[in-house]
Every structure is written in structure tokens, then in C-alpha cells.
Design a protein around this ligand. Structure first.
Ligand SMILES: *Cc1c(COP(=O)(O)O)cnc(C)c1O
Length: 424
């Protein structure tokens, strides 16, 4: 595989950007490929290599690259302008649409990134309850801001900096951690910090440590416990929202949080974050309340248009049904393979998400960290050379899109069998 142009670009980038990249997880060793273009399920690099893409922009591209309905909506919006600094009709329409699917978001605000959405949701929870402490799951990733960069997953876990430098001790001390899937630990934590905890923030499925699935009844138990302790429950559905189905993980599991954050798919591939929840909580946000949040690009019409077109298409074409079937087939094929070869590896995920763990199926962060990361990266390199681009970390999730074809899946399974064989 030739990567000469990518290598030259990366060599120059190393002098211009920390680690040569704009976001840490992209800093693949020895150097990343540089994308020239992407279409459908494929991504093509500057040296002309063509890969089947399962990274899919880390989740937003559920319809693949450049899906026609989204592209057309963006083009239509471009003709009307792309930044107004005033309210526009689209935000009213989009908010109404979001609430149809996620009724627990009685009111919401549009921001520019998922990280901004979680940062704001936490501020609102603190303002509403008048309490400082926040509980998150060990290995939970909610963006890159101070309050949540403590035992963080995703790139932070991959890069070995789950506890970021530069986060003041006075901030970190208010971020409490419990293991995912451990209701006793959460109960003990809320008990020990009675009347001090503003919120529990969690992904209903931990998609930023690979996907780690909630055990049966766990989310309902978290809901009951937070209610009992008067603590707000924030579901961070930046990945799971519109991924596991139209109604998010909260619809899928039938558990209603007090607040929700959305992003990724909700922007149709353009930058977005949305936070919302119960009316009495959201009324705390300025200008109706005293929790301040503002942004030049809040509710930007291009992202709203792309998000709207994505949701409309997902619903109209019943995309999830087919996509989730494909996910089931792929995960089923992989687990059969692992069973046969007795390698002790596992496959995790649900709906259109999966990940291969080089170890037993993890139920939490600690178990996930025990899986063999080096072996995953060897597997990753083999897959790339076979023309399949997976996210470059075991602690990320592989995403299917509506653009992936049966042929893509056949090529992928063959590449997996070969790559796993080459590891021995
Ligand atoms: C990606 C992600 C975020 C951060 O979103 P950005 O748009 O990258 O800021 C927050 N929470 C979860 C669960 C995510 O997967």
C-alpha cells in the first residue's frame, strides 16, 4: 500500500499542529492517511487508496458520505444564506421534530458541538439543583471540557490521558466516578454525597469504550435511584440518538431521563449539539433563566437543514430496520468466527454498531482496559491494508451506514478472517 503523499503531509503537519492532527484519535502510528474525498461507504486517500469506511466520521454519517437528500438540503440552504444571527423558521421546525422523537426534550437549545451540549447540560443541572457534584461513569466520554475529562474514554483512554492535565483539582474533585453496570456503586456514591450531587451524566450504551452494553434492568435502576436521591439524570445520546432507532436509547430501553444531549447524527454530518429536557429545568437557561449559555453559531441553519433532512430520510425510508439487521448479521458472523477459532475474542454492539474486543466481552471500563490494545492495532493495520478503515482504537465504535452494501460486508468479513489469521 502506497502512502507517500500522506506521509509527506503528516511530516509537515507535525511542525504545524500538535501531534500533526486536529483531534488526537486521528494520530495513527506511524502516520495517518489523508483523505481526498469520500462517497457512500467509501473513503479515498490522497495516494488513491480506497477503503470501506466504518469510522463514518465517528458516528454522524448514518446515511454514508454525501447522501443525496442531505446534500440537496445543504445546497438549498446555501442559496438562502448560512448564518443569520437571528432566529429562523428552521429552528422552530427542527425543535418540533426533535421533540416528536424525543418527547423528554420538552425544551431544547441548539449549540455547535456535542461537547458544548454536555458542558451546558451539566451547568444547567448545577444551576437548577444548586449543587456542584457530578457523577459520571468510569471511562465515560462526553467531549473535551474540564468537568468530564476525568477517567475519560474515547481518545483520552486511547492516548493514555484519561485524566487531562490542565484540569484544576478544584474542578476534578467535583467529578465523581462509578463503574458502569454497577448499581450498588452508584447507590453508595449518591448515599455518601447526599444532597450534593447535581446530576448523573452517562451514555445509556457506553459507545466511547467500544460499545459496552447496559445489563438488563440497569438503566431502569439508575433512573429509580436518581429519582429517589433527587439527582437529575442526563442521558448523553450524542452517539445513540437516532443511531439505535428514531427514539434514541431512551426509547429503545424505555427509560426517560431528565435531560438529554444530542449531536453527531442530529447535524447530518455538520457540527451540532443539542441539549434539552424537562420544561422546568430548561426554563433555567438564559434568557428565561439565570444559567448562561450563548453562541455565535448556535442553531446555525446549515447544520439544522442537514440534520432535518437526515431525520426525515431515516424515518421515511425506515433505515434503521435494514441497518440493524445488517448489524445483527455482521455481529453474528463475527461471534461465530470467534467461537470456532477459540481465540477468546469477543464482539460487542447493538443496532448498527459493533466492535471487536481482544479479550472477553467487557461490562465496564476496567474490564475494557484489560483487552489487548496492541493486538487491536495490529488487526487494524491488517484491515486497512485489506481496504477496510476501522476506527483506530478498540475504544471507539465501528458504525454501519445505509450506504454500506452486501458486497462491502462480504469484503469486510473476508478481510477480518484474513487479518485475524495473520495475528497468530
Ligand atoms: C462525540 C461525543 C461527544 C462530543 O461531541 P463533539 O461534537 O465531538 O464535541 C459527547 N458525548 C458523546 C457520547 C460523544 O460520543
Amino acid at each position: 500500500m502506497k502512502l507517500d503523499i500522506s506521509k509527506a503531509l503528516f511530516d509537515e503537519a507535525l511542525g504545524l499542529m500538535p501531534g500533526g492532527v486536529s483531534s488526537p484519535v486521528r494520530a495513527v502510528k506511524p502516520y495517518p492517511f489523508y483523505t481526498r474525498s469520500a462517497k457512500g461507504s467509501h473513503i479515498i486517500d490522497v495516494d488513491g487508496n480506497d477503503y470501506i469506511d466504518y469510522c463514518m466520521g465517528y458516528g454522524p454519517l448514518i446515511l454514508g458520505h454525501q447522501p443525496a437528500p442531505v446534500k440537496e438540503a445543504i445546497q438549498r440552504q446555501l442559496d438562502e444564506g448560512w448564518l443569520y444571527g437571528t432566529p429562523c423558521e428552521l429552528e422552530v421546525k427542527y425543535a418540533r421534530k426533535i421533540r416528536e422523537y424525543v418527547p423528554s426534550m420538552q425544551m431544547m437549545r441548539f449549540v455547535s458541538t456535542g461537547g458544548e451540549a454536555t458542558m451546558s447540560a451539566i451547568r444547567v443541572a448545577r444551576g437548577y439543583t444548586g449543587r456542584d457534584k457530578v457523577v459520571k461513569m468510569e471511562g465515560g466520554f462526553h467531549g473535551a471540557h474540564d468537568c468530564v475529562l476525568v477517567k475519560a474514554g474515547s481518545g483520552a483512554a486511547t492516548m493514555g490521558v484519561p485524566d487531562s492535565a490542565g484540569v484544576p483539582g478544584d474542578v476534578a474533585k467535583n467529578t465523581l466516578q462509578v463503574p458502569f453496570n454497577d448499581i450498588k456503586a452508584l447507590e453508595a456514591c449518591l448515599e455518601a454525597n447526599r444532597d450534593e450531587v447535581a446530576c448523573v451524566i452517562m451514555e445509556p450504551i457506553m459507545c466511547n469504550m467500544g460499545p459496552i452494553m447496559p445489563k438488563d434492568g440497569y438503566l431502569k435502576a439508575v433512573r429509580n435511584l436518581t429519582r429517589e436521591f433527587g439527582v437529575l439524570l442526563i442521558f448523553d445520546e450524542v452517539i445513540t440518538g437516532f443511531r439505535v432507532g428514531m427514539y434514541g436509547a431512551q426509547g429503545y430501553y424505555g427509560v426517560e431521563p431528565d435531560m438529554t444531549t444530542l449531536g453527531k447524527i442530529a447535524g447530518g454530518g455538520l457540527p451540532i449539539g443539542i441539549f434539552g429536557g424537562r420544561r422546568d429545568i430548561m426554563e433555567k437557561v438564559a434568557p428565561s433563566g439565570d444559567v448562561y449559555q450563548a453562541g455565535t453559531f448556535n442553531g446555525n441553519p446549515l447544520s439544522l437543514a442537514a440534520g432535518m433532512a437526515t431525520l426525515e430520510y431515516l424515518d421515511k425510508a425506515r433505515v434503521h430496520r435494514k441497518l440493524n439487521e445488517a448489524g445483527n448479521a455482521l455481529r453474528g458472523g463475527l461471534s461465530e468466527l470467534f467461537k470456532r477459532t477459540k481465540l477468546g475474542y469477543s464482539v460487542s454492539g447493538t443496532a448498527s454498531m459493533f466492535q471487536v474486543f481482544f479479550g472477553p466481552l467487557p461490562e465496564n471500563y476496567e474490564q475494557a482496559l484489560k483487552c489487548d490494545r496492541e493486538l487491536y492495532m495490529k488487526f487494524w493495520s491488517h484491515m486497512l491494508e485489506s481496504g477496510v478503515f476501522l476506527p483506530p482504537s478498540q475504544y471507539e465504535t465501528c458504525f454501519l451506514s445505509a450506504a454500506h452494501t452486501d458486497e462491502d460486508f462480504q469484503v469486510t468479513i473476508r478481510a477480518m478472517i484474513q487479518s485475524l489469521g495473520a495475528l497468530k
